[in-house]
Design a protein around this ligand. Structure first.
Ligand code: FES
Length: 108
């Protein structure tokens, strides 16, 4: 039996939650996530989307680091969410250098 732990993460959310950001500034919201060993940033997004808040928008496709569509800013650096391990206190935002469509989705 494994011991469950909960981590806090901060995730960028667009203002209003619908439509394009259009230059408006959103905010980082804190979420509690049930941590699992070898959990990735993508797994964190999945958890939030499935358990906490279904309105979170993010991209996922191959989940093996090939398509690069899941690029997000993790603690200040652009990383692939599906291959980056999660950690307590991390800050997840839309990838730097791209126009934000909504939440963690950017126009690639
Ligand atoms: S989902 Fe394809 S690289 Fe992450």
């Amino acid at each position: 039996m494994t011991e469950k732990s909960v981590i806090q993460v901060r995730v960028y959310r667009s203002p209003g939650g619908e439509g394009e950001d259009a230059g408006r500034v959103g905010a980082y919201r804190e979420y509690e996530v049930e941590y699992r060993d070898r959990m990735t940033v993508m797994n964190v997004c999945d958890y939030i989307h499935e358990i906490v808040d279904r309105s979170l928008a993010y991209y996922k496709s191959c989940r093996i680091g090939k398509c690069t569509g899941c690029v997000m800013e993790v603690d200040g650096k652009n990383r692939l969410a599906c291959t980056t391990l999660a950690r307590a206190g991390m800050k997840i935002g839309p990838a730097r250098g791209y126009q934000v469509i909504r939440d963690l989705m950017v126009d690639l």
